[in-house]
Design a protein around this ligand. Structure first.
Ligand SMILES: Cc1cc2nc3c(=O)[nH]c(=O)nc-3n(C[C@H](O)[C@H](O)[C@H](O)COP(=O)(O)OP(=O)(O)OC[C@H]3O[C@@H](n4cnc5c(N)ncnc54)[C@H](O)[C@@H]3O)c2cc1C
Length: 527
């Protein structure tokens, strides 16, 4: 099972200058809409990716003997027969397999307390009640609140795919029940339920999956992410690079192409209509439909000419959304197998204390404050094909939030040539992450042969997120009121896809693609 497909480069030539649709960005949001258009409507779609590998945050990178995922550690809702599994089947060539992470998906450490999230809503409820017996009724209230969000989010997201006149007439009704939850923060809802500080801290440990602590995040995103994992965690066999590899053939079968090293400089708008893209080399490629997977900030601040963004109100709209947090990741290679090192399949989440908001605020003020969260993922233990592909080795990944401000001094410097101070900061952060690893996975350190840190500047360089955003725009209550976050834009011929249209996450990006294709083809693809 290889994840080393050689992606065709734009620099080697593009076979045609006109296409049925052009997609800017090959993240899952971009690939999904392209595959739907190809499979359902035989459209010739050109996907343009500025990086030299396709897949956006689903891409993997390699060093001799090792391979790491960049932005996929586990995906929920992939149990056989599920909605999400059908969604993946609808865009792929059938070669992508998922493996179940087992009975536990997350193990969390809050100060000296630990808790394991078991697979299954009932099992999770029981584990919580066992651990917090006096809080049974708050726990039940929590599950009821999550069920309400699950129910109402279907209508909320459906509204994004319907024609503009339907949204004008019935949009308010479709959105209303979710807004009752999304207007409140996670902290607001848990406070109303009366959960104790420790229970609240445990329930919100997965805030790392959406990037905002309880007092800032909307309860809607918390509930969506928490319920996403109720059926456990799943991992793509062969690593996350398999996702793009399984979708590209569908695009190509209809005459389309996925080209890398293909940076779009501008979306061309003529007579008020999006009709092409201007590449960095000045070449113009044309299509009656341009779809952006590059995030709303980049799309309306850089790719769409300013006069058009101003005229249609997008410059103003952008003031109402903010970039999500940025992060650092430590990619670790080991000279023993996951089995030899008894690495778990489940993730570890490590927090200094119960107050996630304070921990983040402290780190923003003082880089030497305790790391607000350390997330550890063990891809080589999750992936049954890893041992065969990389014999005698194992990998793990550590992630923590890291404010853009820690690195902004070096913005504009060149990759690998950012200077001694930057390298020293990276060394220091690497050591801090490894010492957390020592405490929780002590058997690993003696076998570490590779440790490489990415910063928000790496995210900007490779994934084109301006402030190294981990999840596009942030997920506070205000986001859910922004009606313009939908595939159809006010510029005829221009559409949006990906995580900013729905929510962050592999599932969010995929649904962003399906909703975008539904809006374009006027068919319900959310089945
Ligand atoms: C560290 C990390 C861990 C994560 N872990 C998980 C996880 O375990 N589970 C989960 O479900 N989600 C996870 N996520 C989130 C998930 O990966 C993303 O939400 C999702 O993949 C985003 O997909 P997208 O298509 O919206 O955007 P992206 O994948 O970011 O794709 C956008 C693409 O557009 C390209 N682009 C931008 N501008 C241009 C241009 N001008 N020209 C050409 N191309 C351009 C970029 O290079 C990029 O490839 C994680 C993310 C990160 C960063």
């Amino acid at each position: 099972m290889s994840t080393r497909r050689n992606w065709a480069s734009y620099k080697r030539g593009v076979t045609s200058e006109t296409w049925d649709a052009i997609v800017v960005g090959s993240g899952l949001g971009g690939l999904a809409v392209a595959a739907h258009l190809a499979r359902r409507a035989q459209k010739r779609v050109l996907v343009l990716e500025q990086h030299y590998v396709a897949g956006g945050f689903t891409h993997v990178f390699h060093r001799p003997g090792f391979e790491w995922d960049v932005g996929v550690h586990y995906v929920g809702g992939m149990q056989p027969g599920s909605f999400l599994q059908r969604q993946f089947a609808a865009i792929g060539d059938g070669s992508l397999e998922w493996t179940d992470m087992g009975d536990v998906y997350d193990e969390v450490h809050v100060g000296n307390e630990a808790f394991r999230f078991p697979k299954g809503r009932r099992a999770l409820r029981e584990a919580l009640v066992d651990r917090f017996p006096r809080e049974e009724s708050a726990i039940d209230g929590y599950f009821r609140a999550i069920a309400e969000v699950q129910k109402s989010s279907r209508f909320y997201f459906a509204e994004k795919a319907v024609p503009a006149w339907v949204a004008t007439v019935g949009g308010g009704l479709l959105r209303r029940s979710l807004l009752r939850w999304s207007d409140r923060t996670t902290h607001d809802v848990l406070s109303e339920l009366g959960t104790s500080p420790l229970l609240s801290a445990v329930l919100t440990t997965q805030y790392g999956d959406y990037g905002m602590p309880p007092k800032l995040s909307s309860f809607a995103i918390h509930a969506m992410v928490a319920s996403h994992y109720f059926h456990g965690g799943y991992y793509p066999v062969g690593g996350s690079g398999r996702i793009a590899e399984s979708v590209a053939p569908v695009i190509e079968a209809a005459g389309g192409a996925v080209l890398v090293s293909a940076e779009v400089k501008e979306i061309v708008i003529e007579e008020g209509r999006a009709c092409g893209v201007r590449m960095q080399d000045g070449k113009v490629l044309r299509a009656p439909m341009i779809i952006s997977d590059a995030g709303v900030d980049l799309t309306f601040r850089k790719l769409v000419p300013k006069s058009e963004s101003d005229r249609h109100g997008y410059t103003e709209h952008l003031k109402h959304v903010a970039p999500s947090a940025s992060h650092i990741s430590l990619y670790v290679g080991l000279n023993k197998t996951a089995a030899e090192l008894t690495l778990p399949k489940h993730n570890l989440w490590i927090y200094p204390h119960e107050d996630h908001d304070r921990a983040i605020a402290d780190a923003e003020k003082n880089p030497d404050a305790p790391l607000p969260v350390v997330y550890v993922s063990f891809p080589s233990a999750k992936d049954p094909s890893f041992a065969e592909r990389h014999p005698g080795r194992a990998t793990l990944e550590l992630v923590t939030v890291a404010p853009w401000g820690w690195f902004s001094t070096w913005d504009g410097s060149r990759w690998k040539k950012r200077g001694a101070d930057y390298d020293a900061l990276k060394t220091k952060l690497t050591e801090r992450l490894l010492s957390t690893l020592d405490k929780h996975v002590p058997q690993a350190r003696a076998h570490v042969t590779h440790a490489e840190l990415s910063t928000p500047l790496s995210t900007k360089h490779f994934a084109a997120w301006e402030h190294g955003e981990i999840y596009g725009i942030d997920h506070g209550p205000a986001r859910f009121r922004e009606k313009w976050l939908k595939p159809q834009t006010k510029i005829p011929g221009l559409y949006l896809t990906g995580q900013d249209v729905v929510t962050c996450g592999v599932a969010g990006a995929l649904l962003g693609g399906s909703i975008c294709a539904s809006a374009i083809l006027k068919k319900n693809l959310l089945t």
